[in-house]
Ligand binder design. Structure first.
Ligand code: FAD
Length: 462
């Protein structure tokens, strides 16, 4: 009998795992147990649905039919309640038990509830004005509640909070962002970059309060610890998340922040169980972004098909996806060791930081002007040693390197790890999306991919 592989969670890591397993000819029987009702979709684009630029169906990564055509059992609305390692079974909420020889936990993360009084009612439900924003169901609920002219407060000024705030502002909702840290995107940017971003947001019509915490829901809206009260018809929680590990913990697997795995993405407690994506912890690190989740899925598919594959950690690349706001962060500029080369132009609303160590770019943050992001990413990826004047020239020099000049081995799509050469080898944009999955993650590479393929930029995405 072939190996029974059960994947818990039908999110972005799970679907990538199934894709790569199929491409590598895995011969086990795969079942995906997904608690959401919608076929696996691109979570990154939820704010685009809220904004109204994408319909919910455009987010689908792979349809139910796609799974069926490949003989993969996709069970939607199937929430796993318990993992029984002794029996080699999982139990769903309705009591059904499903056997497995190998189990993959891809349960993602859950939003953190900030300590705001009145957020949760006595019966455990959220106050009617309050919305989480993690799933398509959350997005639909918020979408239904939005009416132009309303007032909204977004609690949390990280990447997700800014995406949601921009989407609401575009929908005609007067939106304010509250961030407890002294500046926006505090995990990715320093104070100068955060200030430029706040200025850009205000210019686009979104008010920003930093160094202020929401403490209590009131009849009118939300009170801050500064004593200030913001009136709100809608309150959206985007104050971060944590790996979803309750199942693993109850099953007796080692969990610290995430499910602890080794280089084969295998639980250190049980070598029949793996974890990938937001719920996994490798070398004391959890991730929280699509590129590492997809990289882990690719490595695990290699492990399961007998390849000599190992996960060695992911470099971090973060892009903000929000209309009118451009941010790209490579590595960890706030903690990387090196000389900091910075350029801020608050008038133009741009800020660039390079952290350079031994002549190499070890981290970078770009706000407002991403015209050099391709070149900087290439230098960062390759560890190119720069001369003393080059970092400064990169920040000040002529913008816009032409992407058609990118060498074949330059990475174009950070989410799916696709090089310029792999894109050039495709016959069309559609086949490139299908075959390489480039542009199907955050979509930040779409214009470069289209240019590399010589396609008209105005052609809409299918
Ligand atoms: C609104 C939003 C915007 C984002 N924007 C970006 C971005 O711009 N760039 C970026 O790189 N990343 C972004 N992220 C993060 C990115 O979506 C995640 O890193 C990525 O989805 C991780 O994939 P995953 O499969 O580990 O988790 P998920 O995609 O979250 O999937 C996990 C799935 O498992 C299900 N599940 C959990 N427990 C169970 C259970 N017991 N039984 C069955 N199913 C279960 C969950 O409901 C969920 O469907 C964003 C996230 C959100 C919410």
């Amino acid at each position: 009998m072939s190996e029974r592989l059960v994947v818990v969670g039908g999110g972005m890591a799970a679907v990538r795992l199934v894709e790569v397993l199929g491409a590598r000819g895995y011969d086990g029987a795969v079942t995906v147990l997904a608690d959401e009702d919608h076929a696996p979709y691109n979570r990154i684009l939820l704010s685009a649905v809220l904004e109204g630029t994408h319909g919910p169906d455009a987010l689908t990564l792979r349809s139910e039919q796609w799974f069926a055509d490949r003989g993969v059992g996709l069970r939607l609305g199937a929430r796993v309640l318990e993992v029984d390692r002794e029996a080699g079974e999982v139990m769903l909420v309705d009591g059904e038990r499903i056997g497995w020889d190998r189990l993959v936990l891809a349960t993602g993360s859950i939003p953190t509830l900030p300590p705001v009084r009145g957020l949760v009612r006595l019966d455990g439900s959220l106050h009617p004005k309050v919305h989480a924003f993690r799933s398509l169901a959350d997005c639909r609920r918020l979408d239904d509640a939005v009416t132009p002219g309303q007032r909204a407060v977004v609690v949390g000024g990280g990447l997700l909070g800014l995406q949601v705030a921009r989407a609401l502002t575009v929908r005609g909702v007067a939106t304010e962002v509250v961030e407890g840290a002294p500046h926006l995107l505090a995990s990715q940017l320093g104070p100068a970059g955060g200030r430029v971003l706040a200025r850009d947001l205000r210019r686009l019509g979104t008010e920003v309060y930093t160094g202020a915490r929401a403490v209590r829901m009131t009849d009118a809206g939300l009170r801050l610890d500064t004593g200030y009260e913001l009136s709100a018809d809608l309150v959206v929680l985007t104050a971060g998340g944590r790996p979803s590990t309750a199942l693993a913990r109850r099953a007796g697997l080692m969990v610290r922040r995430g499910v602890v795995v080794d280089g084969s993405l295998r639980s250190v407690t049980d070598d029949r169980v793996h974890a990938i994506g937001d719920c996994a912890e490798h070398r004391n690190r959890t991730t929280g972004f699509v590129p590492p989740a997809w990289e882990q899925a690719g490595v695990l598919a290699g492990v399961l098909t007998g390849e000599d594959a190992a996960y060695d950690g992911s470099r971090s690349v973060a892009r903000l996806r929000a209309t009118g706001l451009d941010v790209a962060v490579l590595g960890d500029p706030e903690h990387a060791v090196g000389e900091v080369v910075e350029m801020t132009n608050p008038i133009a609303g741009s800020h660039r930081t390079l952290v350079v160590h031994g002549g190499r770019i070890v981290a970078a943050a770009l706000v407002g002007d991403l015209s050099r992001v391709g070149l900087i990413t290439q230098l960062y990826d390759r560890g190119t040693v720069l001369g003393p004047d080059e970092p400064g020239q990169l920040l000040l020099g002529e913008p816009a390197e032409a992407p058609v000049r990118l060498p074949d081995d330059a990475e174009v799509c950070a989410c799916a790890g696709v090089s310029a050469g792999a894109v050039r080898a495709c016959s069309s944009f559609a086949s490139c999306r299908e075959d390489t999955r480039a542009t199907t993650g955050c979509g930040g590479c779409e214009s470069v991919v289209r240019r590399l393929l010589g396609e008209d930029l105005a052609v809409p995405v299918g």
